[in-house]
Design a protein around this ligand. Structure first.
Ligand code: ATP
Ligand code: MG
Length: 421
């Protein structure tokens, strides 16, 4: 990031040397003032896009965002790339998502089109001067997320800002300014016009943050939760389940998205989990994963975690091969985290988890003995390789872990009798 920071200062200096105004803008200024490491450094300038492109040369620039004034300047592998945005004003928001058009303007006007005061501060890293046209510094000091201008208008223009407000408020532990919160409640229903993918991006950031409980509470209080995740409605007014869910999100170690979702959806999915064939995916979960376009791995993780968390929570009572199979699963750490969160949230004894943790500390040889038969063994014994081999090997492995077979001969006998399910 030091390289990225230095590069962005270089970009600012170069623009200034051509007689333009150039400033750091938005998140990086906010993060710097908060003493946080900025994720990326955005530069804003009065130079129009064509000028920016000329200054840095066609070879080093990308003009994908040029129509709304953004030129990407490439600094190579180590320094990354910097987005240079021409000061602009957004004109008209007929779809509630994106401006219809933009007009290039001054820094003071550009500040006003940004979402929150804390995101509207500029800084000249070369002269070390702050330009604050929206009262952002005061709100940073007060730890407040406040919409710039009339919050009702701002959320009507772009509904995604409502989720961004919740995200900034929760991850920074800032309060939501009263009128900003009221406006979100008023417009909450309209979050539905935002694509599920963009909603999911925000949900992912919130649920993977250590402040996920604050986020979830704010999502409920702002009435956004009911719209973006209607599956949660049944527990919102069920005090014991809701408090338990919050407590489990609070106690959940790590920052895995699927695990956090699993903690959140434990009760909403409970009925399905009980009714649906355990080998089949739970529809309520599948629907959410599809809607939010989770990755295949995340989707599988979520299903698997909720299918197995209660098993792990009864580790001491499980037949050893059954527990062993859980413990050698690559997802066991996530499952342990979820089981820990659930157990702590319910105020139950951690005996079962301690037992599982002890076993988990066993040597690999003991916990996960080498397979009694490999694909090569089967081929050498004269079996024809093919797509069925994987299922066959799994059956052999299961039988080994179950203690039913222990030698290659027994494995081969099983393979010869094996038929796909
Ligand atoms: P993060 O740390 O999540 O990157 P950020 O504030 O940098 O936070 P970005 O999405 O990277 O957020 O946007 C950069 C800046 O662009 C913001 O600080 C804000 O000034 C402006 N901005 C981003 N999205 C919007 C929006 N939907 N409406 C108005 N201004 C926005
Ligand atoms: Mg950013």
């Amino acid at each position: 990031t030091n390289a990225a920071r230095d590069f962005s200062i270089e970009v600012v200096r170069q623009l200034k040397s051509h007689g333009h105004q150039a400033l750091w803008a938005g998140g990086c200024v906010r993060d710097m003032l908060l003493g946080r490491e900025p994720k990326d450094f955005d530069v804003a300038t009065d130079a129009p896009p064509s000028c920016v492109q000329e200054i840095f040369g066609e070879k080093r620039t990308l003009a994908i965002g040029a129509s709304f004034g953004v030129i990407t300047v490439q600094g190579g592998k180590r320094r990354g790339q910097i987005e240079v945005a021409t000061f602009r004003e957004d004109l008209g928001y007929s779809d509630g998502r994106r401006p219809d058009d933009v007009r290039f303007t001054s820094a003071a006007e550009d500040a006003k089109r940004r979402d929150f005061t804390i995101n509207g501060i500029f800084y000249d890293p070369d002269a070390e001067v702050i330009y604050d046209y929206v009262g952002g510094r005061v709100d940073l000091r007060q730890r407040l997320v406040r919409a710039i201008g009339d919050p009702n208008e701002r959320f009507a223009e772009d509904k995604l800002r409502m989720l961004r407000a919740i995200r900034f408020s929760s991850t920074f532990q800032f309060d939501l300014e009263m009128n900003t919160l009221r406006a979100i409640q008023r417009h909450a229903e309209n979050i539905a016009v935002v694509s599920a993918e963009r909603i999911a991006v925000e949900m992912r950031k919130m649920l993977t943050s250590p402040r996920r409980v604050e986020a979830v509470v704010l999502l409920r209080d702002s009435w956004l939760f009911q719209v973006v995740l209607p599956e949660i409605i049944p527990i919102l007014d069920h005090a014991p389940r809701w408090t338990e869910t919050l407590r489990s999100l609070q106690c959940l170690p790590g920052n895995d998205f699927a695990t956090a979702l699993a903690a959140l959806l434990r009760y909403p999915a409970a009925r399905d989990l009980a009714m649906i064939d355990p080998r089949k995916p739970v529809p309520l979960l599948s629907e959410i994963c599809l809607r939010w376009k989770l990755t295949n791995d995340e989707t599988k993780d979520l299903q698997w975690l909720l299918r197995h968390v209660d098993l792990l929570r009864s580790a001491k009572d499980l037949p050893w091969p059954r527990l062993q199979r859980l413990l050698i699963d690559p997802r066991i750490e996530k499952l342990m985290n979820l089981a820990t969160a659930t157990t702590l949230a319910r105020g139950e004894s951690e005996l079962h988890l301690e037992f599982a943790a002890e076993r988990l500390a066993w040597s690999v040889e003991r916990l996960n003995p080498p397979p009694v038969a490999t694909g090569d063994d089967l081929i050498r014994a004269g079996l024809k390789p093919g797509p069925h081999f994987q299922g066959m090997l799994e059956a052999i492995r299961d039988a080994q872990l179950d203690g039913q077979i222990a030698t290659l001969d027994e494995a081969l006998a099983l393979a010869r009798d094996w038929r796909p399910a």
